[in-house]
Write a protein that binds this ligand. Structure first.
Ligand code: HEC
Length: 171
């Protein structure tokens, strides 16, 4: 009888250890995801005020998308709300999405494509842990279209060195 109780206590202990290591692995992924977002510069565009405040924005306000547009030969683009996007995808869907994304400038989609799968999964875990926030960013405005928001002008000043964007067909 006593022996069985001992085994029970022991197996509970082992189970708890297992749970504990699962929890800390998940925490590690979340922390690594936060690090990835910081060093990959995603906040620079996807978090309102991030650059203006020298990065001093609480994580709860990160990646909610931006209604400050980027205007250039491609039209006007708005950094997407990644908090809402990630909520709508499973982790596997996010990995596939990120690996195949091609977006308009100035989104560095080619950088997103080369982020390793474990790093992408960590990014997912972190952003998902923040929960949904904010509203969907304004729609892309094609060149010459009516712009209703504030925007930053990206003007290529030297036609000599301007070769356009290889992945975008001229409008
Ligand atoms: C220089 C600004 C900038 C940076 C830095 C940036 N993005 Fe973006 N991102 C944008 C813009 C602008 C768009 C919208 C592009 C469009 O309309 O085609 C976008 C779009 C996206 C999309 C597509 C969303 C959708 O629903 O189609 C994803 C995903 C994304 N960004 C993730 C990231 C991640 C992750 C990082 C960091 C590795 C990052 N971005 C860094 C500006 C940026």
């Amino acid at each position: 009888m006593r022996y069985t109780a001992l085994i029970q206590v022991f197996s509970m202990f082992v189970m708890l250890l297992g749970l504990q290591s699962n929890v800390s692995a998940a925490n590690d992924a979340v922390a690594h995801g936060e690090y990835m977002i910081r060093v990959a510069g995603c906040n620079d565009c996807h978090t309102p005020g991030y650059v203006e405040k020298g990065g001093n924005i609480p994580t709860s306000q990160w990646l909610t998308g931006n209604s400050l547009g980027y205007k250039g030969p491609w039209g006007v683009t708005y950094p997407a709300n990644l908090r809402l996007l990630i909520q709508s995808l499973t982790e596997d869907q996010w990995v596939t999405f990120a690996k195949h994304l091609q977006a308009r400038p100035p989104m560095p989609w080619f950088t997103l494509q080369i982020i390793s799968e474990p790093d992408l999964r960590a990014i997912y875990q972190f952003v998902k842990s923040l929960g949904p926030a904010g509203v969907i960013a304004p729609n892309f405005v094609p060149p010459g279209g009516q712009i209703k928001t504030k925007y930053i002008d990206f003007v290529p000043v030297s036609a000599k060195y301007w070769k356009g964007f290889s992945h975008i067909t001229a409008q």
